[in-house]
Structure formats: structure tokens, C-alpha cells
Design a protein around this ligand. Structure first.
Ligand code: URA
Length: 181
């Protein structure tokens, strides 16, 4: 399936209740042939308003850090979330919401066919790298899953909450850039 087909399916999806309260679907954005695919948690208020992932403060931090290492949505990065509709009050997506939505994300990964998949924070890391995965301890580790490299780093919102971890976040992004070859 190509990205346009997957988007059409997402637009019509009523697989969980989140479609009722969203303003906009947040499908994903970036280069459709990117070597690096980032996975956040779910759209927040700004993303829901604009229909684009990571456009608020944490998105700005993410874009600035990517740019510092020669990465950008235009050139070599694609970004999507575990769920495509905003969970109310910015709560974590529930298990049944992730279950309803995850097939779309997996289809997006197949369509973009990146070399590296990067989980941003606990929600996506625990899904793809194991429920006991600890981002604070295991960030920057790589694991091959079905012929593709997966890794995790801090969620940019967590960096905004604790700026002391910014150097570790930058180290992880630098390493990811090295592994996309
Ligand atoms: N946080 C996320 O996890 N995803 C977004 O798109 C925005 C903020």
C-alpha cells in the first residue's frame, strides 16, 4: 500500500473513539523515501489543530536537533505517531486505541522503507522494543527487528522538562545519523 492509500484508510477509520473528538487527522509528515522514521506518541493540541505531527514546542526542539545533524523532514526524515487522532487532555493513548491504529503505522513504515526506526519516548519504545524497555537506561541501543534497525531516544517533551538530558538526546541523534547508511 502506498502512503496515499493508507492516509485514505485513516481518514475513514472508526476503529476507536478518538476520531469523534479530533479536529484533524495527524497522519505523518516528511520525506516519503526517508532513511529515518521517527515515532512519537500521539497528536497534542497544536498537532490536532494543524493536522501535522510535532508542530508545538517539542516539535521545534526536535527539528532544531535534527537540523544540527544534517537531518530534516524535507530531506531524510519521516515522522508519525502511535495514534493518528489526539487523545483528549494529552493523555497517553490507551491500549485498545494503539491496537486499532498500529496497523496503519506499520503500513507506513513498510511504505517509507527506512533503514532506521526511532521510537521517541516510552509509549512507542515499549511497543516496538519490549514493554520493559527503559528509555532512560537503554536509549541509543539498536536492535534489528525483521531486517530493520530500531532504536529509541527521549521524547522531546521529556527534554523540555529536563534539559540536562539534551546532550544525551543529541548523542543519540548523531548515532542514528551514522546508522542510516
Ligand atoms: N508529541 C507526540 O508524541 N507527537 C506529536 O505529534 C506531538 C507531540
Amino acid at each position: 500500500m502506498n502512503l496515499d492509500e493508507i492516509r485514505r484508510q485513516c481518514e475513514n477509520c472508526k476503529g476507536c473513539e478518538l476520531y469523534r473528538t479530533r479536529n484533524n487527522l495527524v497522519f505523518g509528515a516528511g520525506n516519503q523515501n526517508a532513511d529515518i522514521f521517527f515515532i512519537g506518541e500521539g497528536p497534542g493540541e497544536n498537532e490536532d489543530r494543524e493536522g501535522m505531527p510535532f508542530v508545538g514546542r517539542s516539535g521545534k526542539l526536535l527539528d532544531e536537533t535534527l537540523n544540527k545533524f544534517g537531518l530534516s523532514r524535507d530531506k531524510n526524515v519521516y515522522i508519525a505517531n502511535m495514534v493518528k487522532c489526539r487523545p483528549p487532555e494529552n493523555r497517553d493513548p490507551k491500549k485498545d486505541e494503539v491496537t486499532a491504529c498500529i496497523g496503519f503505522l506499520k503500513a507506513q513504515i513498510e511504505a517509507v522503507n527506512p533503514k532506521v526506526v526511532v521510537c521517541l519516548g516510552r509509549v512507542s519504545a515499549s511497543y516496538f522494543l519490549g514493554k520493559d524497555f527503559k528509555v532512560t537506561k537503554q536509549h541509543g541501543e539498536f536492535k534489528e527487528i525483521d531486517g530493520r534497525l530500531f532504536t529509541a531516544t527521549f521524547h522531546p517533551a521529556a527534554i523540555l522538562r529536563n534539559i540536562n538530558n539534551k546532550p544525551l538526546f543529541e548523542e543519540d541523534i548523531a548515532k542514528i545519523k551514522e546508522n542510516d547508511k
